[in-house]
Write a protein that binds this ligand. Structure first.
Ligand SMILES: [Zn+2]
Length: 429
């Protein structure tokens, strides 16, 4: 390697070590208004100058978004280092023009995108799908919302894979309620993460993204009901009327939850308080119903009639986090106390995500502990799960919930102007 080559390599390494590298793309130019330069930005690329005319580039060429600095005053630091090292690594002037995508304050974006007490850090309200994906690597007021559900998805997937290697989900019908539950606790954080990622493509896409988020949450509530109805149900409830109708009622609850929460979005702008109350009720009703057998067991335990104590302690931790989750969802704390201070890190929605995931972890531990410890007793009393009451119910509810989401999405996707224009064209022809 030549002397110059060595210096170039060292310079590059130093530059890499100095920063935390995260992807950045050329979105809206800071100096221009919303929409200007937005679509042209991705064409930008970083190239290294050849050492002499006619000679190929000595350093790698990047024809796609580059990894740049993400930290406070990161852009200024990059410029400073580039200027210092320019004599050595001969960076072209183009690199100095790279800018982090512009973020907006709440008064600069349409009302439908605004969040309570979040002042800054909003992404462009007409981002492309690629911009949305890349924005998850760039600090904005949704970044932590995305990651606080994306990473737990992998944790739950890992737990699911471990269970797949130890349990026989294929032929052992006793494990099917757990199978349904595990599938749904992997789906709901992933859907939420996607909803937060793609919610800034347009007002319509924002609503549809959150319709899917609510649908996944109501299916999760159904997964809780299926697992609780088969493993957590108190001994004295087994084969009772409540036990036999527990899952069918939970299917109704899931549909009610999806419908009411989706409908609440249409009231959000005009009646924000009413919308919030409706959404809270939509999720609290299935929670209270699903948790009724668990509450009863805890009451029995308080009366000195405890079954599996290790499972109950996990369930109690889950309940604690479930109440915290509900409190965070409704209270909008801490950002309500100091609007603008928690825009990026620490606002209630992030805490709500974390609390929900930790609660789900304890719930999963409780369900697994009950499933393992109560197997002989439950099977002995004829409480063996059927295909229809587990996987069958999941498939049917999945289709029904998709139907509900489709019904609420249709008016958003159907543009009256376009249809009228098409009708007029047909008439003219
Ligand atoms: Zn969320």
């Amino acid at each position: 390697m030549s002397m110059q080559g060595s210096v170039l390599a060292v310079g590059k390494c130093l530059a890499c070590l100095e920063f935390m590298l995260l992807p950045v793309w050329q979105g809206i130019r800071a100096s221009s208004g919303i929409g200007d330069g937005w679509s042209q930005g991705l064409g930008r690329c970083l190239r290294w100058e050849p050492s002499s005319p006619g000679q190929g580039p000595r350093m790698p060429v990047f024809d796609y978004p580059v990894w740049l600095v993400l930290c406070r005053r990161g852009r200024a630091r990059l410029r400073e280092v580039c200027q210092r090292g320019r004599g050595v690594i001969r960076l072209p002037a183009d690199i100095l023009r790279f800018k982090l995508p512009q973020l907006y304050d709440n008064h600069q974006i349409p009302k439908v995108f605004r969040e309570d007490s979040i002042i800054s850090g909003y992404r462009h309200p007409k981002s492309s799908a690629l911009d949305c994906v890349l924005s998850s690597f760039h600090m904005n007021n949704e970044t932590m919302n995305i990651w606080t559900h994306f990473l737990p998805t992998w944790y739950f997937l890992w737990r699911f894979c471990v269970l797949c290697s130890t349990l026989n989900f294929l032929t052992d019908s006793y494990t099917w309620p757990l199978l349904v539950y595990m599938v749904l606790i992997c789906i709901y954080p992933f859907t939420s993460s996607c909803a937060h990622t793609f919610s800034t493509m347009s007002p319509e896409s924002r609503h549809i993204c959150y319709f899917f988020d609510y649908g996944a949450l109501s299916l999760y509530s159904l997964g809780c009901a299926i697992s609780y109805g088969h493993y957590v149900i108190p001994d004295c409830w087994v084969n009772s009327f409540v036990h036999q109708h527990f899952v069918p009622i939970a299917v109704g609850n899931a549909l009610f939850c999806t419908s009411l929460s989706c409908y609440s979005r249409f009231l959000e702008l005009q009646f924000p308080k009413r919308s919030k109350v409706m959404r809270t009720v939509a999720f609290i009703v299935p929670f209270i119903f699903d948790t009724a057998p668990l509450f009863y067991r805890i009451v029995l335990c308080c009366g000195g009639n405890c079954g599996s104590s290790s499972a109950l302690s996990s369930h109690c931790y889950h309940l604690l986090f479930a109440f915290l989750t509900c409190f965070l969802f409704t209270a909008h704390l801490p950002e309500r106390l100091a609007p603008g201070r928690f825009d990026y890190i620490g606002h209630s929605h992030q805490l709500f995500h974390v609390s929900a995931v930790v609660g789900t972890h304890f719930q999963m531990e409780g369900v697994i502990a009950d499933m393992m410890s109560r197997r002989a007793w439950l099977v002995g009393h004829g409480a063996t799960p059927s295909f229809l009451s587990t996987i069958g119910v999941l498939v049917v509810s999945f289709a029904l919930n998709l139907g509900v989401i489709g019904i609420f999405s249709a008016p958003l996707l159907w543009k009256p102007d376009q249809s009228h224009a098409a009708a007029r064209e047909r008439k003219e022809q």
